[in-house]
Design a protein around this ligand. Structure first.
Ligand code: ADP
Ligand code: MG
Length: 693
């Protein structure tokens, strides 16, 4: 259970008196519902109110804090003229200017004949100095409270700085002193403050430099978050590793015959990956390895060979895909080869039902079926294996630690291979999987022509249509990908349906539509028609995985390409250029395009190397958006900035490994403190497993 010292931080902000539903909802949208969420909402700017020049020498446009005496109120003759309050000090006069003023309020706040502190931006207007709508008005006694450096927080519609500042202050006052979980020597070397002090500094920046990720307070907080992430992964991993493994060593016979039946030679990268995996499987502990390779780099083939190694050793193997379409596609690739070498194989998705499903279950349980390919249906409770020894999880561009364990739990000491087509940089791999072994397929099988990529405004739709007509006349098949709209599947669908009918009026009935809400059989039907060439254009939303393989497809059009993550665009582009036909990728953008968006789309034009694309996107947009905002499955860091704190991630990873080696139960004094850290970052589940050993 969460330790009691943290309770005040995990209380709901709405329980604070004075936070109404409207402000509460705005804060929730901005940062989150609880006080702890506000601790992580760090300022992005400062306003320095310490400058107090006399009126006569105040520079134009400066932010100043002044003590002035109020001389008179000048009421406006009509609504268009502002209300003016004339003040002075020993050196000159200052006009305070208010539009749409409330006279009552101003008379109370700025009484004639009294001194007041005002703070805001001043301007020289003709020969007068004026301050329009002072940010602060106070009594002389409040000078010190006004004359300071104020943090500026990101805001959202319906929220002003004042109520937000109050809630942040409340969150800070609820932050307890916590036992130090970081190594003291490491803290000293970096001159890092303690946790509470670091928060205090981060929320009260005294200068611009205090906003930088390199500031000690910010570094410390980022490190805490990264350590919580790495320690969680290390503990999860140890739980798997801690189990006795088994050595899976086949005689190579099935693999040899499969290779012959492929009709092609493995690339050097595939050979290396196959050797890595075989080595892990032969070793006596549990494998957990990431196979990373671009679309079409031949991961499935590598996974299949590993599966056969398990079968050679007398065990079973499974391959799980994120969508039904992908599962069917993997099955279509693998089944003929499996059949030709006499290995029994089954497909299991949500669509295998009734007696058929029962038979599949029975054959997996008895061991009559050696290989299973499927969706999450493989993880369902009713599924049991006689002896599952190897599981490959194809995540495409999704990530996550939790899912893969469930399938691995269906066997004894299962070796796990996670496959991803997203060439994420190493830093992100580490945050998603921890210190995992990685095999990368850097090269593509030979003979794939590069895809000619063009970036053009959506306003040139007519040119695009003309180009598609020519392509279709030459026998091309075309994917038309519709964009993500407002994070809503319903709206995505509406946009796709609309595009579909627009294209139908242009191209007649040779246009198909594929989306996530369709029934499985309808999806198959439209895919089959596209595969067979009885439709030329397939309009699709990206909610469904477009991980489909139609070698004849040679054009992909992506509408509103600027809304996609580069990794996604790269995936989509990878759908073409699979045959020997010259292929095109047309990225249509909506104007106006921001500088960053333009730079990103240019990256797509300039390179076909998924790893380069991923690094560039990380640089240009930051980790959160690398994969598109939806469904990335990557951890979402509030304090750490992976483009700035990559070196800290390395240290956190080492730190976590050592902690788990020495104190996996988190029972030493530092271990106890680390539990608090894990609770602070809501890793409750992993603390429980640490405790149980
Ligand atoms: P991925 O899963 O990485 O997207 P696949 O394993 O599906 O890639 O391979 C894509 C296509 O390339 C498949 O049709 C596969 O048969 C073929 N392929 C795989 N490896 C090679 C190779 N070494 N040489 C030629 N073709 C290959
Ligand atoms: Mg093994």
């Amino acid at each position: 259970m969460r330790p009691e010292v943290l309770f005040p931080l995990f209380a709901e902000i709405r329980t604070l008196s004075g936070v109404g539903p409207r402000i509460g909802a705005a804060i929730e949208r901005l940062a989150g519902p609880r006080f702890v969420d506000l601790l992580w909402h760090l300022p992005t700017g400062i306003v320095d109110r310490r400058f107090s020049p006399p009126i006569a020498s105040a520079p134009d446009k400066a932010i100043v804090t002044m003590t002035v005496e109020v001389d008179r109120h000048v009421l406006p003759p009509n609504r268009r003229v502002p209300y003016r309050v004339v003040c002075h000090d020993d050196t000159g006069t200052l006009d305070l200017v208010f539009f749409n003023a409330k006279a009552n309020y101003l008379e109370t706040a700025l009484p004639v004949g009294e001194k007041r502190v005002v703070s805001g931006r001043v301007e020289r207007y003709r020969d007068r100095l004026q301050m329009t709508h002072p940010d602060r008005i106070g009594t002389p006694g409040e000078l010190d409270a006004v004359k300071r450096v104020e943090p500026v927080y990101p805001l959202t519609a319906g929220l002003t700085p004042k109520p937000l500042g109050r809630v942040v202050a409340e969150a800070m006052s609820r932050a307890p002193d916590l036992p130090e979980w970081n190594d003291p020597a490491w803290m000293a070397r970096n001159s890092w403050p303690g946790w509470r002090e670091a928060l205090a500094q981060a929320h009260a920046p005294e200068e611009e430099a205090a906003l930088l990720p390199s500031h000690p307070a910010r570094q410390r907080l980022a490190y805490d978050e990264l350590l919580a992430n790495q320690l969680t992964l290390a503990l999860v991993r140890r739980r798997r590793r801690g189990r006795p493994g088994r050595a899976i060593a086949g005689d190579g016979n099935l693999r040899k015959r499969a290779l012959e039946s492929f009709g092609f030679a493995l690339t050097a990268a595939q050979k290396a990956a196959v050797a890595d995996i075989a080595g892990d499987m032969e070793a006596p502990d549990c494998m957990i390895r990431l196979l990373q390779g671009d679309v079409g780099s031949g991961k499935t083939v590598v996974a299949f060979l590993a599966m056969l190694a398990a079968v050679e050793a007398g065990a079973q193997a499974a391959l799980m895909a994120p969508t039904e379409i992908l599962a069917r596609q993997h099955f279509a690739t693998i089944e003929p080869v499996a059949n030709s070498i006499g290995v029994s194989i089954a497909l299991l998705t949500g669509r295998e039902r009734g007696a058929n499903r029962k038979r599949i279950y029975a054959d997996l349980a008895s061991g009559a079926t050696s290989l299973a390919i499927g969706t999450h249906a493989l993880q369902e409770e009713g599924v049991g294996f006689a002896d599952l020894a190897f599981a490959a999880i194809d995540e495409q561009h999704r990530f996550g630690v939790d899912q893969r364990v469930a399938l691995a739990d269906k066997g004894r000491a299962v070796d796990v291979l996670v496959m991803t087509a997203t060439p994420i940089p190493r830093t992100l791999t580490m945050t998603a999987y921890g210190d995992i072994d990685v095999s990368r397929l850097h090269e593509k099988p030979p003979g794939r022509p590069p895809v000619d990529t063009r970036v053009l405004p959506v306003g040139r739709l007519n040119d695009v249509i003309a180009r598609l007509r020519r392509a279709i006349a030459n026998g091309a098949r075309i994917y038309w990908v519709c964009p993500i709209v407002d994070e809503s599947e319903t709206l995505d669908l509406a946009a796709a349906t609309e595009r579909h009918s627009a294209l139908e009026t242009l191209f007649g009935d040779r246009v198909g539509l594929l989306h996530g809400r369709m029934k499985g059989a309808d999806k198959d039907a439209v895919m089959a028609r596209f595969s067979a060439g009885s439709i030329d254009i397939l309009v699709a939303t990206t909610v469904i995985e477009v991980g489909i393989d139609v070698p004849e497809a040679s054009v992909v059009v992506v509408e509103r390409a600027e809304r996609f993550g580069l990794a996604q665009l790269h995936q989509l582009r990878g759908r073409v250029g699979r045959g020997d036909r010259a292929s095109f990728c047309l990225l249509l953008y909506g104007s106006p395009l921001t500088e960053t968006a333009r730079a990103r789309l240019n990256v797509m034009r300039e390179t076909d190397d998924g790893f380069v694309i991923a690094e560039e996107d990380l640089r240009l947009r930051g980790a959160g958006e690398l994969l598109g905002t939806r469904q990335s499955g990557l951890p979402d860091f509030r304090l750490a900035d992976l483009s700035a704190h990559a070196d800290l991630l390395d240290v956190a990873s080492d730190d976590a490994r050592v902690i788990v080696e020495r104190d996996a139960g988190l029972e030493t004094p530092r271990g106890e403190a680390l539990r608090t850290l894990l609770y602070l970052f809501e890793r409750d589940a992993v603390v429980r497993t640490a405790r149980s050993g």
